[in-house]
Write a protein that binds this ligand. Structure first.
Ligand SMILES: Nc1ncnc2c1ncn2[C@@H]1O[C@H](COP(=O)(O)OP(=O)(O)OP(=O)(O)O)[C@@H](O)[C@H]1O
Ligand SMILES: [Mg+2]
Length: 293
């Protein structure tokens, strides 16, 4: 399937879904669709990595299949699992019905079939006939072994279930992997993907994002907010504010009916943007806030 007609088409259609892509994002997303290659998106927290996959799914009218990665994620959660309980019940039912003397291979053929298979996200995405976006989210959170599982899917768009054979995708999903780069991914995974580094946006783009997501906030306040966030990002903070925090801050200011983002307001609402005590102290000092608390 053709996912997008051109990078400009990506920009327009993601824009219509509320995702404002910069030139690099639009080009890479276009190529991922055109070349049918997985897209690895890396960057700090809250810059729109996960949202990119969701926006592609919405824009293309595709279903999003998500594999959330975490430490300890295994094959049974990522690919598939046999429904042991149901298999056991089937064997017991067979025995009760007098099939007890059936040979093992007949029973085996009976219980390792589709009916007893629990499909997990990777296999689900490969088997779908309709357009699918497969999001493998926060892949750096898994153990390295899981990357081995991913390789077959990423390079050949297939999954092998020993008892059933190899399942090859009839329609290749649009694959997005995201990573916070807490650890290096294997070269083998990287080689199979297109790479996009997402970073904090320019102030103009961030202004557009905030204005489009929180249209009720006064244009001038949006400008003040984005400028303040940019200043905060220049400080050496433990956790710099992301786009997600800018949007939250904008919503907070609307809720408080703020018309001017002065020092007092910044001081009172800083908790929406900075989540560490040390960062609050540093920001107060650098922004010269007269802290009252
Ligand atoms: N280009 C963009 N256009 C519109 N909204 C955006 C954009 N980038 C980020 N956002 C907003 O920022 C929020 C956070 O983005 P998202 O959850 O995708 O971050 P992330 O990069 O996946 O972060 P994490 O690493 O913490 O998972 C989104 O819900 C969205 O509101
Ligand atoms: Mg995310």
């Amino acid at each position: 399937m053709t996912w997008f007609a051109s990078p400009a088409d990506v920009t327009t259609r993601l824009g219509a879904e509320g995702y404002l892509a910069d030139a690099a994002t639009a080009t890479t997303a276009y190529l991922a669709g055109a070349l049918e290659k997985p897209l690895l998106v890396e960057g700090p927290a809250g810059v729109g990595k996960t949202e990119l996959a969701k926006a592609v799914a919405r824009a293309a009218g595709a279903e999003l299949v998500r594999l959330q990665c975490y430490e300890g994620l295994d094959e049974a959660r990522a690919l598939y699992e046999w429904n042991y309980k149901k298999q056991l019940l089937r064997i017991q039912a067979g025995a009760a019905a007098g099939e007890g003397d059936r040979d093992w291979s007949a029973t085996h053929d009976d219980i390792f079939t589709e009916e007893f298979l629990l499909t997990r996200p990777l296999l689900t995405a490969i088997r779908r006939d309709d357009p699918t976006v497969l999001l493998v989210d926060e892949v750096d959170k898994t153990d390295v072994e899981v990357e081995g599982l991913l390789l077959e899917v990423l390079s050949d768009f297939q999954v092998t279930v020993p008892e059933l054979g190899t399942v090859v995708a009839t329609r290749r999903p649009f694959v997005v992997l995201t990573s916070n780069a807490t650890r290096e991914l294997s070269e083998a995974v990287k080689r199979r993907c297109l790479y996009l580094h997402l970073d904090y946006p320019t102030t103009e783009r961030e202004r557009e994002i905030v204005a489009s997501q929180v249209p009720d906030l006064d244009e001038r306040v949006v400008g003040q907010l984005v400028a303040t966030v940019a200043r905060l990002r220049e400080l050496d903070l433990r956790k710099a504010p992301s786009i997600a925090e800018s949007v939250d801050w904008a919503r907070t200011l609307v809720a408080l009916e703020i018309r001017d983002l002065d020092e007092e307001v910044v001081d009172a609402t800083l908790g929406v943007v900075l989540k560490h005590v040390a960062d609050h102290r540093r920001a107060a000092k650098e922004l010269k806030l007269a802290r009252t608390r």
